[in-house]
Design a binder for this molecule. Structure first.
Ligand code: GLN
Length: 305
């Protein structure tokens, strides 16, 4: 297994040259476009690291997985899906276009920015700080790492430049889909996107989801089974934004990407995988990370299809 991971990284390193580091959040432009690293963590707690596995990155949209988990646990399936849809989107992750044209004004799904901002507002807590703590705690439990923290430079950078997200959130407030204070919700969302990790942390989160919501290191049921199943379904249909279909064909596992360059992949009842490669394709997904996962899926027979 170690050599399979090593080869997948070496064979696909060349792809980093064809992508670009995200720059619309200025602080992310400092990412190392040549880095490529990965971690596999299986349900028996075996771990394999490869390549630039010590690269630190902000999780960005990978946080949407923990946000959805908390919204579903705290408010239930019915309430969550009365405010956000469950269908894939063919628009970019930060698009506003469909909000106005859809009759209900509901965001299409919880993994586009609009949907994640709504789900952030649904997590339990009376204000942004309490909501952040709720979701941050879930992330600490899923990573088995109490030291997970926000990267404050990235957080400040996102908060200063996040005007598209601001437009989305105010529109949703106008449509009565967000009931809470918009700036407070946005601040929480920016902080969650700016949480910093290494691939080991993300692979452990993915492994909890692969293991029906049970942490393999403690046997604790962190995520109720029904919620875990919904999250896997949304990951496979919407996890890579407007290239989720392509990813399902080529890799075939539930997954979630973020513009920090991380992709989290879940091989059910088997393992969690995390790849980091900050050079992105036009959809905002790690260009080499996708290729590494394609090779791993073929070599390890991971596709659910
Ligand atoms: N923080 C980023 C944003 O809101 C997250 C987007 C992403 O990772 N695709 O634009």
């Amino acid at each position: 297994m170690e050599s399979i991971l090593k080869n997948a990284i070496e064979n696909n390193k060349k792809w980093t040259e064809f992508g670009q580091v995200a720059s619309y959040i200025p602080e992310l432009a400092k990412g190392n476009s040549e880095a490529l690293g990965a971690c596999i963590f299986d349900t028996n707690c075996n771990m394999i690291l490869g390549g630039d596995y010590d690269t630190r990155f902000t999780i960005q949209s990978v946080s949407k997985v923990a946000i959805l988990i908390c919204a579903l646990i705290d408010k239930g399936k019915k309430t969550v899906f009365s405010k956000v849809g469950m269908e894939p989107s063919t628009d970019p992750f930060n698009s506003l276009a469909k909000l106005e044209t859809r009759e209900s004004h509901k965001p299409l799904n919880p993994f586009i920015n609009a949907g994640a901002i709504v789900c952030t507002s649904l997590a339990s807590g009376d204000n942004g700080i309490e909501k952040f703590n709720r979701i941050h705690n879930m992330i600490k439990r899923m990573t088995n790492n109490d030291e997970i923290e926000v990267n404050h430079s990235v957080y400040r950078s996102e908060k200063l430049t996040g005007n598209t997200n601001r437009a989305i959130a105010y529109y949703l407030k106008g449509a009565n889909i967000i009931e809470k204070d918009v700036e407070d919700v946005l601040d929480t969302y920016f902080k969650l996107c700016s949480i910093e990790m290494v691939v080991e942390d993300v692979a452990k989160m993915a492994c909890v989801i692969a293991n029906d919501g049970i942490a393999p290191w403690s046997n604790e049921q962190i995520i109720p089974k029904e919620v875990n199943g919904i999250v896997k379904a949304i990951m496979i249909t919407c996890g890579l934004y407007d290239s989720s279909g392509e990813f399902s064909v080529n890799v075939g596992t539930p997954a979630k990407s973020g513009v920090g360059g991380c992709i989290m992949a879940v091989a059910p009842n088997n393992m969690g995988i995390a790849v980091v490669g900050p050079a992105l394709d036009m959809h905002g997904n790690s260009i080499a990370g996708k290729k590494v996962l394609e090779e791993l899926s073929q070599q390890l027979n991971l596709s659910m299809f």
